[in-house]
Design a binder for this molecule. Structure first.
Ligand SMILES: NC(=O)c1ccc[n+]([C@@H]2O[C@H](COP(=O)([O-])OP(=O)(O)OC[C@H]3O[C@@H](n4cnc5c(N)ncnc54)[C@H](OP(=O)(O)O)[C@@H]3O)[C@@H](O)[C@H]2O)c1
Length: 238
């Protein structure tokens, strides 16, 4: 796909890799609708990236809001080409300490949110004469279970299953589906989990370069899954 003038939707665009994805897409000439809850952060991103970044205040766990926004924003003359389902969060802890609300927040954001937006965007992509691409941001936690992250694991394993089915369902409609499984990335993700970030983690702009590569592959060439890892994951300061 040639990214010049493509229309992209990036969820979780107020922070972390969502900003990096938006930046790299805009550098390639795309128009980016950046979705997140914190409008002030989205406006800061717009100040940095310019008018090709369109802030959209949205909680991806609210289906009605997503439906309304998609209906009001897109039409036959203005169809999305790219959907990056990136919004997500992790709340960690032993299973007996993981609150029911915490479990539901992760499910509603990391899994239901992806379904809600994808459900609304796919019909538009089917009507798009050009090739389209959906990229779902899972995690290595979608491939490997580990102690204290059972809820997060469940959402990302679920996302893997959803994406695998979708890739097989949509490949005949000129819609690519890719799932990315990154290891630790230096973002605000770890503010909530209480883990310190460090320079040996993956860097957001490097992850975004890989996403651009996936989007720019020839039309009949699909990378359906890709895992990304730091070579040496140890904190160099420890
Ligand atoms: N950092 C890592 O090590 C790592 C590794 C593998 C995978 N991932 C995945 O990468 C994705 C992005 O995370 P990040 O590392 O960039 O973390 P981050 O800096 O914390 O960013 C998370 C983004 O998700 C948005 N978000 C959260 N809940 C939302 C909701 N209900 N509706 C809309 N937006 C919501 C946040 O925006 P608002 O708060 O403004 O809504 C924010 O923009 C997540 O899916 C995460 O699971 C991260």
């Amino acid at each position: 796909m040639n990214l010049q003038d493509k229309i992209a939707i990036v969820t979780g665009a107020s922070s972390g890799i969502g900003i990096a994805f938006s930046q790299k897409l805009i550098e390639k000439g795309a128009l980016v609708y950046g979705l997140a809850r914190r409008l002030n952060h989205l406006n800061e991103v717009k100040e940095k990236l310019g008018d090709r970044f369109i802030p959209v205040q949205m909680d991806v766990s609210r289906y009605d809001d997503i439906q309304d926004w998609v209906k009001s924003q897109f039409s036959e003359d203005h169809l999305p080409d790219i959907l990056i389902n990136n919004a997500g969060l992790g709340i960690f802890g032993n299973v007996e300490d993981l609150g029911v609300d915490d479990w539901n927040t992760m499910m509603n954001t990391n899994l239901n949110g992806v379904f809600y937006l994808t459900r609304e965007i796919v019909p538009l992509m089917k009507g798009n004469p050009d090739h389209c691409h959906i990229i779902n941001i899972a995690s290595v936690a979608g491939l490997l279970g580990n102690p204290q992250i059972s809820g997060y694991n469940a959402t990302k394993f679920g996302l893997r299953g959803f994406s695998e089915a979708l890739f097989k369902e949509l490949r005949f409609d000129k819609i690519k589906v890719t799932t990315m499984f990154p290891g630790s990335i230096a973002t605000h993700f770890f503010d909530q989990t209480g883990t310190d970030t460090h320079s040996n983690m993956l860097q957001p702009l490097d992850v975004a370069d890989t996403m651009i590569h996936l989007l720019e592959t020839p039309d009949n060439f699909l990378v359906n899954e890709i895992a990304l890892r730091p070579l040496n994951p140890k904190n160099p300061d420890e």
